[in-house]
Design a protein around this ligand. Sequence first.
Ligand SMILES: [Zn+2]
Length: 461
Amino acid sequence: MTVTDAALEAHLVATRKGRYDSYRDLLRIPSISALPQHAGDCRRAAAWLADALTRAGVEHAELAETGGHPVVYADWLHAPGAPTVLVYGHYDVQPVDPLELWTSPPFEPVIVGDRLLARGAADDKGHVHAHVMAAEALLATRGGLPVNVKYLFEGEEESGSVNLDRWLEENRERLTADVVVISDTGFFEGNRPAITIGLRGLMYAQIDVVGTPVDVHSGGYGGVVENPANALAQIIAALKGPDGRVRIPGFYDDVVALTDDERAAMAALPFDEEAYRQRIGVPALVGEVGFTVLERKGARPSLDVNGIWGGFTGEGSKTIIPAHAHAKVSCRLVTAQDPDRIFEALRSFVVEIAPPGVTTTVHQLAGGRPSLTPQDHPATKAAARALEATFGEAPVYIREGGSIPVCASFESILGLPVVMLGFSQPDEHAHAPNEWIDLANYETGIRTFARMWDELAEVPR
Ligand SMILES: [Zn+2]
């Protein structure tokens, strides 16, 4: 680790214990945005962050109402002539089930070796907390930041950011900036520093198949009425072929093909498909034929059933034809695919192929556009220098399979370029049991953010 600011380093070393205590306090708040019973916890996490920002010396911290969970906004704008950065992160977390697979309770953070285990440790409270700590350290040691910074911490990222676009539109004026730094991404395989340049979009829908008004006897009605569970299975089986291609007509229309150069750059990344397979613990990797794992994950769209239910699922047997069956289906989208158009394509295909004798409906639950950011933007280059200076290794540029819908919103609503600067490890178990963060990454990440502001201050405007 190369650190050039001795005072900043000394401060960070001296305040380490208090910083871990503070980080764990934030992790203890079960801010699960998807579950209504945690709405109070989401608000509590937001208030906690507004307080922490204020204590760090950042100004105008407030909980801005969105109609859903509040946005935390704060700023520090005393660097005249320097660029203004809008920092984005989220304080909400994913649900924790299946709870029995956690080795310790998800909201009781524990340090095991080099790792801190808790829901949200990596996604995204680790990044959010590191930003607050970077500001605190810079303000404590220098009395100011090298750039103007506006902080925007959202509380609905894990449930589709449903209210954020409108809030961004309503707050265009005060969100004026030169660049957005999104800290919600991670490193490449083997903990190699990375800058994410591509994110997939998301279309999330539910399919409902309804037959008889109530469950009926499978002896009396089997062979006479359509079974909603069978019908749903038929529908789902028709959505994707054995070649991994999605069969919805028009699904690939807006996918921009990778250029030879892009394919070469992805192939040059240090990635071992077999080691990756073993780490996931599956007998084989599957997907769209003709594409590598990294291409399928970052540059090709996908379709998956996220949950499926209906009928009798208890112990033993119960001979019924269920009255209804349901599935949640999501697609990860790339390049020019529009979530609403993809939903419409899915809906009309499902309705077309649904067997007679049942009523099949499809409705959309969430959507977000994919995004691709320029690798040669001065702010991206500043982030690369900051990562190299702190982690001691130049970053690789990657396309991630996940989605941060707000990334596209910053581009389209605020007209701002986006740099994705995060530091969690690729196998951090985000969204899964036993989420963790490497504390060395978290510590160095704080220095990276501080260094990023120094690097951005040097960029000619
Ligand atoms: Zn996240």
